[in-house]
Design a protein around this ligand. Structure first.
Ligand code: GDP
Length: 314
């Protein structure tokens, strides 16, 4: 079963975001560099359609640098969009953001009418960490200003650039099954909403394909080529997760180890999706949704026909 996670309050978040974006010139969306598309919130793209946007691929220290470069180019090829990669070790993240803003909206912003930028992203992408590191003493609470919510946190990036935080949660909307697994692997999905073994197996299937060398280096598995995800998980369990009575492998423990190692970067710098792949997953998910809808409609028609036949007989 794919990850299903609807923590609710989507409509409230959407309304809040819509209100917030009123007076905003540039929208910064923070993404997880290991899973940029899965960690995007489609609602942001939808609401901010006509705004200039900057994608921040955060936690780049955990992602495959070659894949991050592909994603950066991919985002930059979209009109009105720029992209940078960042991580918490960056010495001057505000400088990087200033450059990105000036790049995205050149010749805009003045002391009289500063450029208004909002930063948003799903939980766990590192938004608080970034904001804490750039805010310092430059935070100012907002007052009564058109399009800007009272009490919203504002950081003066420069005299000409105001950065607004979006308080409240913007949860991911899981529409692509692989996206759900990737979010779960990254730690962005609540523990109760996922089956660790299933998520670890999906993760391993991907890593076997792209990062067999890294897997072997971490767990000393040997010849991974040709091995199935569950075989690799069992091997990891045997080596690291311990055994259960009766000689069985502790699969739950092995799954937890795999997920913890991935999240901490212990297996190296790994990315879980590429743009072309994402497009294919999205296409398949849309087709599956169309089929589901058609099946539902067929079942409804059949039900109606049965009812009509029964009524005729009476
Ligand atoms: P938020 O929910 O988006 O505000 O995310 P947080 O700022 O609370 O960060 C979530 C987790 O990711 C925390 O454990 C952070 O320490 C970690 N984190 C944040 N930024 C980075 C980063 O650039 N690299 C790595 N490796 N971890 C990060």
């Amino acid at each position: 079963m794919a990850i299903q996670w609807f923590p609710g309050h989507m409509n409230k978040a959407k309304k809040e975001l819509q209100e917030r974006l009123g007076g905003i010139d540039v929208v910064i969306e923070m993404l997880d560099a290991r899973l940029p598309a899965s960690s995007a919130n489609p609602m942001i793209a939808q609401i901010a359609k006509r705004k200039t946007s900057i994608k921040v691929l955060n936690k780049q220290d955990l992602a495959d640098p070659a894949v991050t470069a592909i994603w950066l180019n991919w985002y930059r090829s979209h009109p009105g969009t720029s992209a940078i990669a960042l991580d918490a070790s960056e010495k001057s993240p505000s400088q990087r953001l200033i450059e990105a803003c000036l790049d995205a909206a050149p010749n805009r912003g003045s002391v009289d009418k500063p450029l208004r930028v909002v930063i948003c992203g799903i939980p766990n992408v590192g938004k608080s960490t970034l904001i804490n590191s750039i805010s310092g003493r430059r935070i100012a609470k907002t007052g009564n200003e058109p399009g800007i919510t009272k009490g919203q946190q504002r950081i003066m990036l420069t005299d000409e650039i105001e950065l607004f935080d979006t308080p409240g949660m913007l949860w991911p909307k899981i529409m692509v099954p692989q996206g759900g697994y990737n979010l779960a692997a990254s730690g962005a999905v609540g523990r109760n909403a996922m089956d660790e073994e299933e998520v670890a197996l999906e993760l391993l299937a991907y890593l076997i394909r792209y990062y067999a060398r890294e897997l072997d280096a971490r767990y000393n598995i040997g010849d991974i080529a040709g091995m199935q995800d569950w075989q690799v998980l069992e091997q990891i369990g045997r080596k690291r997760g311990g055994m259960l009575p009766g000689g069985r492998v502790n699969i739950q423990k092995a799954s937890e180890i795999v997920l913890a190692d991935f999240r901490s970067g212990a297996m190296g710098r790994l990315s879980l999706e590429r743009p072309d792949e994402w497009k294919a997953w999205e296409k398949a998910a849309k087709e599956a949704a169309v089929i589901r809808l058609a099946e539902k409609e067929a079942a409804r028609l059949e039900r109606e026909a049965r009812v009509a036949k029964a009524a005729k007989r009476r």
